[in-house]
Ligand binder design. Structure first.
Ligand SMILES: [Zn+2]
Length: 553
């Protein structure tokens, strides 16, 4: 998804606001560290922890089969859940928002007992489920889901011409807001079927390949979709509305587009950008991850979301982000931010997925970095650097990017912009573009369709570069502040001393210094070292557009 605080940040970019905030900050109160994060609630732990009743099983398949009544804002149906037991046990944990009713849970003909605690549903089996065996249960539910969270989670709205328009976007809140599932990030089904019955006049666009529709004879039609790859819960999506469809192809990849009739012409024009985007990302990382399912772009009433193979779009059919120059340096207006950013998540977020929300920079830092790769592919490296470095104005450096694990705590916005600037810093450390492109490609290929943690990323980069990058990853991802390159000039002696001031004691990162276009690479550590330079304090530069660091001189 895109960053939650973008609107506020944009406001702060205005010179008057900056002045006002500076004055308010200076005059009204001294600078204070951010408040300590609140301890996790029971609900956070139930949602976030990969506890024994989740860890004892491995998801294989969901068939979500529901009926959606737009007038009553009511959902009813079932999720058929297939899983393999990894340990013997009599209980598993699933999740369903407390506002929804559990009608029954069946194992074959046996009605299972269950216990609800907040959003968790502990399902009990009369006999031990044995490790290695596969079981299928049917989880029947119904009710009026609540609208909550930034994009509403699930919304029952009407379009401008009065047709029902129902959409889901539940990344933060969790998919169990509107359907029962094992609502965590570590485990994904291998494939999924989505069946949605809706009034005959409407269209449902969900994830995966369109299988067909069936008139149920009671005023409702069932739309069937098949997801042929692993999918994370929050990506599972409903888009029910008066959609018009048009299609295209990129080689053998089907491209399907859905927009409301009044916006169809604008969509035909704007959605052309999907092709160049896919070409750019295929160039760097390899084949579009969900080839058999196709790529879809679907109009939605909110800005956008990376729903797997069914990216939702609400960026006003205009370039930039919500019609603004998003990074403020004249490059954003050349492309549609939502098409590029949300689709980048097909590679990072949907194909490669973080195994805990704590490590969500694997989605957002990388998707933001991929924006700059798109710029580089289309307009060259210089513009990519300009675009990326303009993100510095959005970085706070007040909290680490990685949050505590197991408590469903979303990282702060630095995971986007600082994450991307950190990845660009890694490129400068590798200092060999041919090697960098191969590394990125192989990194993606190695981990595609898997759920990973930061440790996996670090281990891979360490191994492939034969460098110890662990302290560098830790400095940028596990501490709030940026590393500072300290410089001490002895101009009479024609020398400068340098060292890193960083939170990681072993932090040692090469960096380019001296004169632009004639950079010298130095290898500072936490100890002072000295180099000769004819450059004085005012001429001596540090390549801060290639390495995201602060400099004190
Ligand atoms: Zn995103």
């Amino acid at each position: 998804m895109e960053c939650a605080r973008w609107k506020q940040i944009e406001a702060v970019r205005r010179p008057f606001s900056v002045l006002f905030l500076l004055l308010a900050g200076v005059l009204l109160r001294p600078a204070q560290p951010p408040p300590a994060p609140a301890p996790p609630s029971r609900a956070d732990i139930l949602r976030g922890e990969y506890g024994p009743y989740r860890a004892n099983n491995d998801l294989l398949f969901y068939h979500l089969d529901i009926r959606v009544d737009p007038d009553r804002k009511f959902i009813s149906g079932k999720n058929t859940i297939r899983f393999r037991m990894l340990k013997d046990g009599t209980r598993i944990q699933l999740d369903l928002h407390a506002a929804l009713n559990i009608d029954k849970i069946l194992l074959g003909d046996t009605r299972l007992e269950y216990q609800r605690e907040l959003g968790a549903v502990f399902v009990d089996f009369p006999q031990t489920l044995t490790a290695g065996n596969v079981y299928t249960i049917e989880f029947y539910y119904s009710g009026n889901p609540v609208e909550t969270g930034r994009f509403g989670g699930i919304t029952f709205r009407q379009d401008a011409s009065g047709h029902p328009w129902i959409n889901t976007a539940c990344e933060g809140t969790g998919a169990s807001l509107w359907w029962p599932n094992k609502d965590q990030w570590r485990d994904e089904v291998e494939s999924m079927r989505i069946s949605v019955a809706i009034p005959n006049s409407l269209v449902d666009v969900s994830n995966g390949k369109f299988i067909g529709k069936t008139d149920l004879g009671d005023g409702y039609t069932r739309w069937d979709w098949l997801v042929q790859y692993p999918i994370n819960n929050y990506d599972v999506s409903l888009n029910i509305g008066n959609y018009q469809h048009f299609s295209d192809r990129l080689g053998s990849l089907p491209l399907d587009f859905y927009a409301l009739p009044e916006d169809l012409d604008k969509a035909r024009k704007q959605f052309v950008q999907a092709k160049g985007m896919i070409e750019a990302f295929q160039h760097y990382f390899g084949e579009y991850p969900f080839q058999k399912d196709g790529y879809k772009l679907i109009q939605a009433p909110y800005s956008g979301m990376e729903h797997q193979s069914a990216v939702t779009y609400g960026n006003h059919f205009a370039n930039g982000y919500l019609e603004r120059d998003w990074t403020g340096v004249g490059i954003s207006p050349r492309f549609d931010f939502i098409i590029i950013h949300e689709s980048a998540h097909e590679w990072f977020g949907n194909s490669i997925t973080a195994a805990d929300i704590s490590d969500m920079w694997i989605h957002e830092g990388w998707a933001t970095y991929l924006e700059s790769l798109y710029v580089e592919y289309m307009w060259g490296h210089e513009d990519a650097l300009k675009y990326l470095n303009a993100y510095k104005s959005k970085v706070r450096n007040t909290q680490p990017i990685i949050t505590p694990r197991g408590i469903n705590r979303s990282p702060a916005q630095d995971q986007y912009f600082k994450g991307a600037l950190f990845i660009n810093t890694l490129r400068s450390i590798v200092n060999d573009d041919a090697r960098w492109w191969a590394l990125l490609h192989d990194f993606y290929q190695h981990f595609k369709y898997r759920n990973i943690m930061t440790e996996d990323v670090v281990e891979y980069f360490n191994q492939k570069t034969a460098m110890n990058l662990t302290p560098i990853f830790d400095e940028y991802l596990r501490h709030a502040a940026l590393p500072v390159l300290e410089l001490k000039f002895e101009e009479a002696a024609g020398a400068v001393s340098y060292r890193w001031k960083a939170d990681e004691p072993a932090f040692a990162m090469p960096v380019r210094v001296g004169a632009k276009d004639q950079w010298q690479i130095v290898r500072p550590t936490s100890e002072w070292q000295t180099m000769k330079t004819p450059l004085g304090k005012d001429q001596f530069e540090v390549a801060t557009d290639l390495y995201y660091v602060n400099v004190s001189r």
